[in-house]
Write a protein that binds this ligand. Structure first.
Ligand SMILES: [Zn+2]
Length: 450
């Protein structure tokens, strides 16, 4: 597995070349902004801040976490959902870096206790918006930096990794008439992104879509979906907005959640009696669990829910194997059997190439071995993330079981009989195609957190 380094320009030894970075402080007065930049550049630690952020961007981190304690400032980057520890800064340097950072983001740098929020646009191999959140902790201060692209990247079901056939099935279900489609996912597995992408995939040009949301939690508007807000902080419920909306005979009701029993009842009745369509979402680690959770949370409406729900989509994020450095291997028959793959179907599987840490890069005699670090993934073995999707179509057989025995086990058992592929089955498919590794699949499947 250890390969000799061939490329003299490879970055395994020296410092990687970082993209140029330009801070663009938000300030109405141009001269003031320029003055601020000049003042910050003069601080000795300014290059440390530039390196901290440019390095994060260059490794595709979407978050940076700084923890200030008496000893110093620890630094972590989040890449594809995994936290990586970086070399820490000592406290005097760390403090100065944070001072410059807070000044540029329009925050009060002298205040190390109160919860603060700042924004700082940057140009660094593209345009980004940094959102900086700081708050005092018992031992010091914690600073979270979110790095978001300035222009949100519009993703499609394909971008997220859904296979073509499932896309077709899902679109058919989304564009049907009198049913409830449920979108679900485990916490921290991209449900908010999935939700937007699913709504984007529905045909919003032929039919009119309406979303009912609480003013407090409402998300950014989606194209061709009319937003109807109510204000729960003022004691409002969706009752009034829903009543006036229903007068307009809407085709599709988008409900990020059902808010209360009364709203749920009204909507389900509209679906069943008036042939309207509804799309909703719920946090749950699998499609069957999402289905059972809906039925047991809303016991009074469970009969109608069983009648109305047509399908449940579920998503779990995995890291994609880096295609440049992934390592092929021949799976043995026992492994294939364990995964439920018929023998002969898959001859090559892949695993990640993770180089050993520098201190272990020595041969038997203790002489250092140079190992080529993949430039694409930086030796992580993975590059980017994709979803594993489960699409549970609620058949009459499943409905029958749900009425008498609404448990996850019973639902899964009958679903499998009619050919349903569970999240685990879909994950094995992703491993068999080399999209991800078995270890990665086991990692994301292990914690059953909802
Ligand atoms: Zn790689």
């Amino acid at each position: 597995m250890l390969r000799k380094k061939k490329d003299k320009n490879s970055k395994s030894g020296g410092e990687p070349v970082l993209p140029a970075l330009e801070f663009k402080p938000v300030n109405a007065d141009k001269q003031q902004a320029q003055g601020l930049m000049v003042a910050c550049r003069q601080v000795e630690q300014y290059p440390l801040l530039v390196t901290l952020i440019a390095q994060a961007v260059s490794v595709r981190a979407d978050q940076v976490l700084l923890d200030y304690t008496v000893q110093g400032a620890s630094i972590r980057y989040r890449v594809d959902g995994m936290w990586e520890t970086m070399p820490p800064m000592d406290r005097p340097n760390g403090d100065k870096v944070l001072e410059i950072f807070k000044r540029l983001a329009g925050m009060n740098f002298a205040d190390r206790r109160t919860k603060q929020k700042g924004k700082l646009p940057i140009a660094c191999a593209g345009d980004w918006i940094l959102e900086i959140l700081s708050q005092g902790t018992p031992n010091g201060e914690r600073v979270l930096v979110k790095i978001d692209p300035k222009k949100p990247i519009l993703k499609t079901l394909s971008d997220l990794g859904m296979r073509d056939k499932m896309q077709e099935q899902l679109k058919g279900l989304l564009n049907a008439n009198d049913a409830v489609v449920v979108v679900s996912g485990a916490a921290g597995h991209g449900l908010p992104t999935m939700w937007r992408v699913v709504l984007e995939a529905a045909d919003r040009y032929v039919r009119d879509f309406h979303i009912i949301e609480d003013k407090i939690t409402a998300e950014a508007e989606l194209i061709n979906i009319t937003q109807h807000l109510f204000d729960s902080s003022a004691g409002e419920t969706p009752k009034n907005v829903l009543a006036s909306l229903l007068l307009k005979q809407p085709d599709v009701l988008v409900m990020p959640d059902f808010i209360n029993e009364e709203t749920l009842q009204t909507i389900i009745e509209e679906v069943i009696e008036e042939h309207r369509h509804c799309i909703t979402k719920i946090v749950a680690p699998s499609a069957a669990e999402a289905y059972v959770k809906l039925l047991t949370t809303h016991k009074k409406q469970s009969k109608n829910l069983i009648k109305a729900i047509s399908s449940v989509l579920n998503v779990r994020l995995v890291r994609r194997l880096c295609e440049k450095c992934r390592q092929p291997f021949q799976p043995n028959p026992q492994l294939l059997q364990k995964l439920g793959i018929p023998s002969g179907r898959v001859t090559t599987m892949y695993q990640a190439f993770i180089p050993p840490p520098p201190e272990q890069r020595v041969d038997a005699k203790g002489n250092p071995i140079e190992i080529e670090i993949c430039e694409r993934c930086g030796g992580r073995g993975f590059y980017g993330r994709a979803g594993i999707f489960e699409l549970l179509q609620i058949t009459d057989e499943i409905r029958k079981v749900a009425e008498t025995n609404p448990t996850v086990e019973a639902i899964v058992q009958v679903a499998r009989k009619v050919g349903h592929r569970t999240l685990q089955d879909e994950g094995v498919l992703a491993v068999a195609t080399g999209m991800t590794s078995l270890q990665e699949l086991q990692r994301v499947m292990a914690p059953a957190k909802a």
